[in-house]
Design a protein around this ligand. Structure first.
Ligand code: PAF
Length: 274
């Protein structure tokens, strides 16, 4: 497995692989890899990638001033070992200084899908995500990139960016990977105490109770009630059209229910497409 730290070196290598006719998959991550990330590498293998590039970068630009950028878990050695074992062929560990040169002044802003949900609560978050993902696309020259459904809004925003800016690649969205308890795998789960982990089970459990053919407003209230009863502080519960992310009136096949809560100090998200 190749290891790159310099953006230009990855770019040169990826360009040469593409010229040789190799199919490149990109798996963008912020590291501290878990089963969820490994499933993205698996998806890349299943789709026939010859080269699987995993990027590991805690992107400062997508964190707000009071968010967890500094304490976000990092473990480069473990990430290397996991990528090698999972069958990645290249890993990219850039630094903030070599991704964002002095006086970096160009950003990508998606102005529709990123307005609500996490975008409304985390100003500038999707601007940071779109910018770094576009940079990674330009560096890794992927034929396709794999994202997790766990970050449902992010996947929709990236798909829109790819469509609207004519990026020459496909986006693959891989299903959420859950712990046996139902808790969606996330690097942020490491912040949770045992008690908080217990409370967090209400996310997946409450999503499961949503049935089709109901008033979305009533379902949102009911799910929020279940989350509060479990001791969580609700940031939002929304039921939206799976593509436009516009609120729907009725639950139905294809609509997406999304929740964000605070479990102690940790913000957790989860979702379910009906
Ligand atoms: O989903 C993530 O881990 C990040 O938002 C991403 C896509 C790697 C961009 O930093």
């Amino acid at each position: 497995m190749k290891t790159f730290r310099e953006p230009a070196k990855l770019q040169k290598w990826a360009r040469a692989r593409r010229l040789e006719g190799k199919k490149i998959a990109l798996v963008p991550t912020m590291g501290y890899l878990h089963e969820g990330h490994l499933s993205l590498i698996e998806a890349a293998k299943r789709k026939g990638a010859d080269e699987i590039v995993v990027s590991v970068f805690v992107n400062p630009v997508q964190f707000g001033p009071n968010e967890d950028y500094d304490k976000y878990p990092r473990d480069e050695k473990a990430d290397l070992a996991k990528c090698r074992k999972a069958g990645a062929t290249a890993i990219f560990f850039p630094t903030p200084a070599n991704m964002y040169l002095e006086r970096h002044s160009v950003y990508i802003v998606e102005e529709d899908l990123s307005k609500g949900l996490c975008g409304a609560r985390r100003p500038g978050h999707f601007r940071g995500v779109c910018t770094v993902v576009a940079k990674l696309f330009n560096l890794a020259h992927p034929d396709f990139a794999v994202f997790g459904q766990k970050d449902y809004q992010q996947a929709q925003v990236i798909k829109r960016m790819v469509r609207d800016l004519n990026f020459d690649l496909k986006i693959v969205v891989a299903p959420i990977v859950r712990e046996p308890s139902g808790l969606a795998r996330s690097s942020r789960n490491t912040y949770l105490s045992e008690e908080e982990k217990g409370r967090a089970l209400a996310l997946s459990a409450s999503l499961k109770t949503i049935l089709p053919g109901k008033s979305a407003e009533a379902e949102k209230k009911r799910v929020a009630g279940l989350l509060e009863k479990a001791g969580l502080v609700v940031d939002y519960v929304e039921i939206v059209d799976g593509e436009t992310l516009e609120p729907v009136r009725k639950t139905a096949k294809g609509v997406c229910a999304l929740i964000a809560v605070y479990d102690g100090k940790t913000r957790l998200i989860d979702n379910r497409v009906l």
